[in-house]
Design a protein around this ligand. Structure first.
Ligand code: C2E
Ligand code: MG
Ligand code: MG
Length: 639
C-alpha cells in the first residue's frame, strides 16, 4: 500500500472510532432517557453503526479532503508537486537537445538521455554501467583531465570545450558542463554532464577564419595571413641563423587586360597565374595574393641573394608562358622586387616595404625583370643568374673548352703530365675562368655534366697524345666535391675509361682536401672503389683542409698537391717555407708523391726541389693552354 492510502485509511479509522464513540455516547444518552423503550435505542444504535460505516467508506474514497481537513493535505500537495516536477524534469531530460549523462560517485554511467544517444551514436545499454572515459578522443593531455577533476572537486563544477569520440570513431568538439551533485549530508552522490555538439559551430568558425585569411578569388593566403606567416618564418630563421627572402610579384600592364577584355577575364587570368605559381613551389615557400595583380612569395630558407634571384627569374619565365583562355592565348609579364632577411630588414612589415621599393625599381628598369632591394646585389645576382642560365646553353652549344697545364719533374725539368682545366668561351664575354662558373654549376647541379664532359675530353686527348708518341705519365682531372660523395662517380669514371679506351694508369683524379674531410668515411670507401679501377688519386689544395694525419694515412692516395697559397711566399716567407717543408716531409713519410702548384718564379721551384718536392706546376713552367699549344720538352734547368 502506498504511503498516501495508508494515511487515508488511518484517518478514516480515526473518524470511524470517533463516530462509534459518539454513537455509543449518544445511544447511552438515549437509553437513559428512554429506559423502557430499549428497542428504539437499539435501532438507533444499529442505524448509527451503518451510518458510521457508510461515512467511513465515503471518507476513504474522499480521503484527500478528509486529510486536508485533518492537516495532511499539505503533505499530499507537496507530494503531487514533486511528482509533477519529476514528470517535467523527465520530459526536459528527454526532450532537450543537449546530451545529458548522469554518473554515480564512482563515475559509472547511470542515466543518459535521448539527445545523448543521437549525438554519440551509442545506445543506452551500451553505456550504462561504464565509465565516461570510454568517449575519450586522445585529443587532450592527462593535465587537461586533471584540471577538470580539480575544478569539480573544488568548485563542484567544470565547463569547457572537450573533444570526444562518437561510436563511429569520429572525433568531435563538445561544449560540456559537469556538475558534482551532493546529498543532504553533503556527500558526493552523482555527476551530471550536459553537453552540446559544437562541430557545426567549429566548422563555421573555421570557414570564417579561412575567409578572413584567404583571398576569395584565388584562395591563396591574403596579406594578413602572409604577414603572420612571414613573422613566424623570420622568428624561426633568427633562431636557426638562416636567411629568408620575400619576393613581391606584380603583373605588368594587367590593367590593360581588365580594361580591354573585361574583369571576368581578368579574374580568370589572376586565378590561372595563382595556380601556375603555386605549382612551381615546393614546401618552405608561401605564395599569397596581396591584392589586385600583386602576389608575394616567402622563401623560408634562402642563404644567398642569388638563390632568390634564380627563383625570381623562374617566376618571370613561368608567367611568360601563354595562358589559354577560351581558346585564346593571353600573354603577360611579371616584375619582381626582392628583399632579404636579415640583410635588408628584420621584420615582416619592413621586408614587405623593401620588396615594394625593389619592385618599383624593377618596374622603372623596364619591367619583365627583378630587382633586389640592395642595388649592388642586383647586379651581382643578375650576373650569377645569367651565368646559371647560360651555362646550360654553353654545354649544349659546346662553348666549354679544356685547357692543359704542364706538370714538370723538378729534378729533371721533364714534362711528365698535364692538368686538365675547364674554360668557357663565352660569345660576348670571352674566356670565363672556372672560378666564376664552377660554384654556380655546383649549386645548379650542372657540375656533374661539366665534369663528365671534361673527363671525357681529357681522356680522349691523352689517347691521341699517346697515339702520336708523346710520352706523358698522367692527365689529371678535377672532381668537384659535390660529386665526390656520390656513388655515380664510380660508374661515370668507368664509363669514360671504357668509352675512350684510355689505360686507367694514366688517369689521375684530383679531389680537394676539404671534399675528403667533409665525410672521411664515405671518401675512404669511394677512394678504394676508384682505386680498383686502376687509376691514381691526388689530394688537391693540400694544407687548407685541416686533414687529420691519422685519416690521411689510411687514404689510398698517391699524391699531395701543395696549395699554391703556400708556394706564393716561398722561399722568403718563413711560415710558407715551414709549411711546405712539413707537407713534403709528411708525404714522403707516407710514401706519397708531392706536387707543388702555382710556381711562378725559379726561386720557388729551387726551394721546393731542395726540400725534396717531386713535381711542379705553375706559370714559370707554362700556363694552361689548349692541347695544340702545349709545349713539349724540357723546362729550363732549376739549378
Ligand atoms: P686547381 O685544381 O687548384 O687548379 C689550379 C689553378 O691554379 C688553375 O686555375 C690554374 O690556372 C691556376 N694556376 C696554375 N699555375 C698558376 C700560377 O703559377 N699562378 C697562379 N696564380 N695560378 C696558377 P683555374 O684554371 O682558374 O682553375 C681554378 C680552379 O677551378 C681549379 O683549381 C679547380 O679547383 C677548378 N677547376 C678547374 N677546372 C675544373 C674542372 O674541370 N672541374 C672541376 N670540378 N673543377 C675545375
Ligand atoms: Mg686541380
Ligand atoms: Mg689546386
Amino acid at each position: 500500500m502506498s504511503v498516501s492510502s495508508r494515511d487515508a485509511l488511518r484517518a478514516a479509522l480515526l473518524y470511524l472510532l470517533l463516530s462509534v464513540l459518539w454513537l455509543q455516547f449518544s445511544g447511552h444518552l438515549l437509553s437513559s432517557f428512554f429506559d423502557e423503550s430499549n428497542d428504539l435505542a437499539r435501532w438507533q444504535l444499529i442505524n448509527g453503526y451503518v451510518w458510521a460505516l457508510l461515512s467511513a467508506a465515503l471518507i476513504f474514497i474522499a480521503r484527500g479532503r478528509l486529510l486536508r481537513l485533518l492537516g495532511a493535505d499539505a503533505w499530499l500537495l507537496h507530494q503531487r508537486e514533486d511528482r509533477e516536477r519529476l514528470r517535467q524534469a523527465a520530459a526536459v531530460f528527454d526532450c532537450t537537445r543537449e546530451g545529458v549523462l548522469v554518473s554515480d560517485r564512482r563515475g559509472q554511467i547511470v542515466h543518459v538521455n535521448r539527445a545523448f544517444i543521437e549525438i554519440t551514436g551509442y545506445q543506452r545499454e551500451e553505456v550504462l554501467g561504464r565509465q565516461p572515459s570510454m568517449f575519450k578522443s586522445g585529443h587532450h593531455t592527462a593535465d587537461f583531465y586533471q584540471a577538470m577533476f580539480d575544478s569539480l572537486n573544488t568548485t563542484g563544477e567544470w565547463s569547457g570545450e572537450i573533444w570526444n569520440r562518437r561510436k563511429c570513431g569520429e572525433i568531435y568538439p563538445q561544449w560540456q558542463t559537469i556538475r558534482a551533485i551532493r546529498d543532504d549530508d553533503g556527500q558526493l552522490s552523482h555527476y551530471v554532464a550536459v553537453f552540446s555538439d559544437i562541430s557545426a559551430i567549429k566548422d563555421s568558425e573555421h570557414e570564417l577564419a579561412h575567409l578572413a585569411h584567404h583571398d576569395p578569388l584565388t584562395d591563396l593566403p591574403n596579406r594578413l595571413l602572409f604577414t603572420d606567416r612571414a613573422e613566424q618564418a623570420l622568428a624561426s630563421a633568427q633562431i636557426h641563423k638562416r636567411g629568408c627572402a620575400l619576393l613581391m610579384v606584380d603583373l605588368d600592364h594587367f590593367k590593360m587586360i581588365n580594361d580591354s577584355l573585361g574583369h571576368n577575364v581578368g579574374d580568370r587570368l589572376l586565378k590561372a597565374v595563382a595556380q601556375r605559381l603555386q605549382g612551381m613551389f615546393g614546401p618552405g615557400i608561401t605564395l599569397a595574393r596581396l591584392g589586385g595583380d600583386e602576389f608575394a612569395v616567402l622563401v623560408e630558407s634562402c642563404g644567398q641573394p642569388g638563390q632568390a634571384a634564380v627563383l625570381a627569374q623562374r617566376i618571370i619565365d613561368g608567367v611568360k608562358q601563354p595562358f589559354l583562355m577560351d581558346e585564346n592565348q593571353l600573354f603577360i609579364n611579371a616584375s619582381i622586387g626582392i628583399s632579404l632577411f636579415p640583410s635588408d630588414a628584420l621584420s615582416a612589415e619592413q621586408l614587405l616595404r623593401n620588396a615594394d621599393t625593389a619592385l618599383f625599381k624593377a618596374k622603372s628598369a623596364g619591367r619583365d625583370s627583378y630587382a633586389l632591394y640592395t642595388e649592388e646585389l642586383t647586379a651581382h645576382a643578375q650576373q650569377r643568374v645569367e651565368i646559371a642560365f647560360e651555362l646550360r646553353r654553353a654545354l649544349e652549344q659546346q662553348e666549354l673548352r679544356v685547357f692543359y697545364q704542364p706538370v714538370h719533374d723538378l729534378a729533371s725539368s721533364r714534362l711528365v703530365g698535364v692538368e686538365a682545366l675547364v674554360r668557357w668561351e663565352h660569345p660576348q664575354r670571352g674566356l670565363v675562368s672556372p672560378g666564376e662558373f664552377i660554384p654556380i654549376a655546383e649549386r645548379t647541379g650542372l657540375i656533374a655534366e661539366i665534369d663528365a664532359w671534361v673527363m671525357q675530353q681529357a681522356c680522349r686527348q691523352m689517347c691521341q697524345w699517346q697515339a702520336a708518341g708523346m710520352e706523358l705519365s698522367f692527365v689529371a682531372v678535377n672532381v668537384s666535391s659535390r660529386l665526390f660523395a656520390r656513388r655515380e662517380l664510380y660508374q661515370q669514371v668507368a664509363q669514360v675509361l671504357h668509352d675512350t679506351g684510355l689505360d686507367p694508369a694514366y688517369l689521375e683524379l684530383e679531389v680537394t682536401e676539404s671534399a675528403v674531410m667533409e665525410d672521411p668515411e664515405v671518401a675512404l670507401e669511394q677512394m678504394h672503389r676508384l682505386r680498383e679501377l686502376g687509376l691514381r688519386l691526388a689530394i688537391d689544395d693540400f694544407g687548407t683542409g685541416y686533414s687529420s694525419l691519422l685519416r690521411l694515412k689510411r687514404l689510398p692516395v698517391q699524391k699531395l698537391k701543395i696549395d699554391q697559397g703556400f708556394v706564393a711566399g716561398l722561399p722568403w716567407d718563413e711560415d710558407d717555407a715551414a709549411i711546405s717543408r712539413v707537407i713534403i716531409a709528411l708525404a714522403q713519410s707516407m710514401g706519397m708523391q708531392v706536387h707543388a702548384e702555382g710556381i711562378e718564379q725559379v726561386e720557388q721551384a729551387r726551394f721546393l726541389l731542395d726540400q725534396g718536392c717531386d713535381l711542379g706546376q705553375g706559370y714559370w713552367f707554362g700556363r694552361p693552354v689548349p692541347a695544340a699549344q702545349l709545349e713539349w720538352g724540357r723546362a729550363p734547368q732549376i739549378h
